[in-house]
Design a protein around this ligand. Structure first.
Ligand code: ADP
Ligand code: ZN
Length: 523
């Protein structure tokens, strides 16, 4: 016979925590009383206890749907350490192990069962669960049920059956994705329209956030890692492609780091090994694509860097949210380039998604660009994306600590745009900057560009500064970068009023002008 208990008593006795955090108590009470609901809590917010505690307070078996075997195994191992009888049922068990779990279930010896969605929704499993007393269903990573976001998993498609087949069993869906469309979709699919939504604040005050244009990526990352890590804990470097993740892991290793790599192209054994080493290693740093996400249970990730612009504030937030789950200070750094922004815009433009979805993806991307090129508190902008009001600047981002100064960059913008037009919109930034700076390169002689009125009008700014101007014009939508050919610069319609002098362009000073004494340099 398994002891049941009161929520607070279970929290103390089984989990050894002095009290509930935030919304946990409300969620737990609601479930213990037999209610269903959806929990929106940032990564690290403490979602697991929201279903583990009620499962131990209610008679019967708590069934937890989880998409990732590594995640299930971790949670089961942790529960067993607390003497909670738990098991995981998934496709990688051999038949003997599965049979033994079923024997324990039939004998009522288990209190929590982690199960993969496809296993759970098979008729064989459902039929056996029909015969048992079920305390609750918890659907972790519930956004995987929504076709709306980027995270849809076909295995989650069968989950609506739970509401039909077990109408009296409480269902708790949990996610760290706060996007409104996804939330509505989850509620509809899992039959939670009339159940409460528990929405926690998404602020993670212990994570310091910063962003910078990508200039010398490796030295920027080296400095960041040095500042952010104290020789313990772990770090994450998210890269835009598998190849870049591999390369990053390689040079980190050459730099003397204990580096790992993870992306969707690894075979399952290497993935598990990478997960395992990441979970245990001290001062270990993982270079990965966003495929490395679920199942990172490590509380002491000290830093998360992105080498490329994430596709939405939600993705960025979720990825940096893997840092500092222990509540201790952690750092996030976002590196980005104008090319990233242009590339992402083109990808959306060319995708075959329905127009409505493209529109939303475009909005998400533009929101991400706004965070990257922000002139005001980044956290305020980020929280605003989640519908959360943050009345005061946070004081814990790079912008708050060194507010950028803006200056009227209209003339610089006009020079650059006009150099692009005069050279016939056929050249990339390098050549355009050479023209502005009046360099006599072979290409310039070849095309006679030293005869242009714009030749040499930009000697007042450095090459780096011109790159800064270009990037901000891209971010502001006045300039486009052709990605299919050679990165030719293409002025957009928004460039016209600037060229005609009808529209002022404000630029961030430190992205363009050399740092002056006393001005916080962000690079
Ligand atoms: P999530 O699933 O929301 O990302 P977890 O459930 O893994 O978060 O919890 C994150 C961390 O916070 C874990 O290390 C967990 O032990 C800890 N934690 C959760 N709730 C509490 C609490 N009430 N008191 C102390 N620690 C907690
Ligand atoms: Zn701030």
């Amino acid at each position: 016979m398994i002891d049941l208990g009161e929520p607070l008593e279970v929290l103390h006795r089984v989990f050894g925590h002095p009290g509930f955090r935030g919304l946990q108590e409300d969620v737990v009470r609601h479930l213990v009383d037999g209610g269903s609901g959806l929990v929106l809590m940032p990564t690290g917010g403490g979602k697991s206890l929201c279903f583990q505690v009620p499962a131990l307070c209610r008679p019967g078996l708590g069934v937890v749907v989880s998409p990732l075997i590594a995640l299930m195994e971790d949670q089961v191992a942790a529960l067993r350490q607390q003497d909670v009888p738990a098991a995981a049922l998934h496709s990688e068990l051999d038949p003997d192990e599965a049979r033994s779990i079923w024997r324990s279930l039939d004998a009522g010896r288990l209190k929590l069962l982690y199960v993969s969605p496809e296993r759970l929704t098979s008729e064989a499993t459902l039929a056996r669960l029909d015969e048992m007393r079920i305390a609750l269903f918890a659907i972790d990573e519930a956004h995987c049920v929504s076709q709306w976001g980027h995270h849809f998993r076909p295995e989650y498609r069968g989950l609506p059956v739970l509401a039909e087949r077990f109408p009296r069993v409480p269902r708790l869906a949990l996610t760290a994705t706060a996007d409104q469309r996804t939330v509505l979709d989850i509620q509809r699919q899992l039959g939670l329209e009339d159940s409460p939504l528990f929405r926690a604040s998404f602020d993670r005050p212990n994570i310091h956030i910063a962003a910078a244009p990508r200039e010398q990526e490796r030295s920027q990352l080296r400095r960041f890692i040095k500042d952010a890590s104290d020789g313990t804990g772990a770090g994450l470097i998210y890269c835009g492609t598998r190849r870049k993740a591999e390369q990053t892991a390689d040079w980190l290793r050459q730099d003397g780091h204990d580096s790992l790599v993870f992306h969707a192209g690894l075979d399952p054994r290497d993935k598990r090994e990478a997960h395992r080493r990441f979970a245990r290693g001290d001062a270990v740093v993982m270079a990965a694509t966003i495929a490395f996400g679920m199942g990172i249970d490590r509380p002491d990730v000290r830093y998360v860097a992105h080498t490329d612009l994430p596709r939405s504030p939600e993705s960025w937030y979720q990825e940096i949210g893997r840092a500092g789950r222990d509540g201790l200070p952690a750092q996030a750094l976002l590196l980005y380039g104008a090319g990233d922004i242009a590339l992402a815009r083109h990808r959306i433009g060319e995708s075959t998604a329905p127009d409505e979805q493209k529109r939303v993806e475009r909005q998400r991307l533009e929101a991400m660009v706004a965070i990257a090129e922000a002139a005001t508190c980044r956290r305020q902008i980020l929280l605003h994306c989640f519908g959360e009001a943050a009345p005061e600047p946070c004081g814990r981002c790079d912008i708050c600590q060194a507010p950028p100064r803006l200056f009227d960059g209209t003339v610089a913008a006009q020079k650059l745009l006009s150099a692009v037009l005069r050279t016939g919109r056929r050249f990339g930034l390098g050549h355009v900057v050479d023209v502005l700076q009046g360099k006599m390169t072979q290409k310039i002689t070849q095309f006679g560009h030293d005869q242009l009125p714009t030749f040499g009008v930009g000697r007042d700014l450095s090459e780096l500064a011109w790159r800064g101007v270009a990037r901000q014009l891209v971010a502001q939508g006045a300039l486009d970068v052709a990605i299919d050919n050679h990165g030719e610069l293409l002025p957009t319609d928004a460039a016209r009023p600037i060229l005609r002098g009808e529209q002022q362009v404000m630029l961030r000073e430190e992205l363009v002008l050399p740092p002056a004494p006393g001005r916080g340099a962000l690079r």
